[in-house]
Design a protein around this ligand. Structure first.
Ligand code: PMT
Length: 405
């Protein structure tokens, strides 16, 4: 899963209720803690029959509350917890607990805490399929949505009761993605953004091709961060081994021409294009239809230039109605080369990375960049993860967008 830097320091309460999926809540707590979230767990008494509170205590590093009357609980904890946290996640939420929340019942620590909470509440129902489909449960879930809670659809598959259908608790990583989205500022909801990533691939013959070392990490980090912040994101990517981030429309391509067509089509009504892809500048002029046979002599492949997608977008962008952002991967003369590309392609900004470094550019987890703006300003950013850089770049793009309104 992507690094979730924006979650560091947030406070999340995980409410565990009495179903077999309670064991998955342990992994959820582990992932939250790993993301830097201050995680507290409250359990119903029934949940303690499935997983011991000690498990959650060890994972969260915090005291677990399940007995309202315990002397270890301060008398006002059920009021304070939900007011001092950023999010309450009920996972798993049993049919019984869903009914209690829908009806405003407060008869234990967790249900009273939910009643008094001012934080957002994410409910993750998990139960047998027939219970889940029951009209009363469905009505209760609708009621929770009407009350402003976020209800996550259960996933379908084999259940602990040996039946198949909807009712499974989504995997902890999926719940984490939803939590991450709920904890993110939704400040890009007005924007439709086309982002490119990865390399392009140009065939030499049916089994060989030209390509480059782009892993797609920078473009995918941008797409994930933009989607988390509420933007409508279309990710056009050359071949990589990465999974598209949640909430993103994914358009996989191979060649530069395929990327060109997708980007031009998809950017017609978009607000921002960010081209993090490493597009091949040349392709074999006449790729062979048959596999080229090995012979004991040298041979040459004639290359022709590929279309410059960003320059084409820039040439049709005279009014600046669309924000165009390029990347420049350079081994030398970083600023001079990036400046030339910024001007030639008519961009609003270009992100220059020095790919001769081992901690920046191609297939690294981090990046070190300078941002060059249309007006001539240059900004130096420190070394940071690609995900952190993605958020920094989106902050800059948002500013340009707002000042152009
Ligand atoms: O994918 P990673 O492993 O995470 O690596 C990230 C990266 C190094 C690939 C990325 O950060 C980066 O620098 N991408 C651009 C690399 C590049 O090819 O730059 P360029 O100088 O050739 O092109 C300048 C800009 O024009 C780029 O935005 C490029 O997408 C675009 N371009 C280039 C050629 C072409 N035919 N069409 C284009 O649109």
């Amino acid at each position: 899963m992507d690094e979730q830097g924006h979650m560091t320091g947030k406070k999340v309460i995980v409410g565990v209720t009495g179903g077999i999926a309670a064991y998955k809540a342990a992994e959820l707590v582990r992932l939250l803690v790993k993301s830097g979230v201050n995680t507290h767990v409250a359990m119903t008494e029934h949940a303690t029959k499935f997983v011991a509170p000690l498990t959650f205590e060890a994972l969260s590093g915090n005291r677990v509350v399940w007995d309202m009357w315990s002397h270890e609980t301060s008398p006002m904890d059920h009021i304070h917890w939900g007011q001092e946290s950023d999010l309450v996640v009920i996972a798993p939420a049993t049919a019984n607990f869903v009914a209690k929340m829908a009806n405003g019942t407060g008869d234990d620590f967790l249900s009273t805490m939910v009643l008094a909470a001012s934080a957002k509440i994410l409910v993750c129902p998990a139960m047998n399929t027939r219970m889940y489909m029951n009209a009363a449960v469905q009505r209760n879930l609708r009621q929770l949505k009407d009350l402003g809670m976020v209800v996550m659809e259960p996933s379908a598959g084999e259940l602990a009761c040996r039946t198949e259908g909807p009712g499974r608790l989504p995997e902890p990583e999926e719940i984490m993605n939803r939590i991450s989205m709920l904890l993110s500022a939704q400040d890009l909801t007005d924007l439709k953004i086309v982002i490119t990533a990865g390399p392009t691939r140009e065939p030499i013959d049916p089994v060989r091709y030209l390509t480059n070392r782009s892993s797609g990490k920078m473009g995918f980090a941008l797409a994930g961060a933009a989607a988390m912040r509420g933007a409508k994101v279309i990710l056009v990517s050359g071949p990589t081994s990465l999974c598209p981030p949640p909430g993103v429309t994914f358009a996989p391509v191979n060649t530069t021409e395929e990327m060109r067509r997708e980007v031009l089509d998809r950017s017609i009504d978009c607000d921002v294009v960010i081209k993090a892809a490493a597009v091949l500048d040349y392709r074999p002029k006449n790729p062979s239809e048959r596999k080229i046979k090995k012979e004991n002599r040298s041979f040459s492949i004639e290359l022709e230039p590929t279309p410059d997608i960003l320059a084409e977008l820039g040439s049709g962008n005279p009014g600046g109605h669309r924000i165009l952002v390029g990347f420049a991967a350079e081994t030398n003369d970083l600023l001079a080369n990036a400046k030339t590309k910024l001007k030639k392609k008519n961009l609003d900004m270009i992100v220059a990375n020095d790919v001769s470094r081992t901690d920046a550019g191609f297939d690294t987890e981090t990046n070190l960049v300078k941002i060059l703006y249309r007006g001539g300003a240059i900004e130096d950013l420190p070394l940071m993860s690609k995900r952190q850089l993605a958020d920094c770049l989106l902050d800059r793009i948002k500013k340009i967008w707002e000042s152009a309104k």
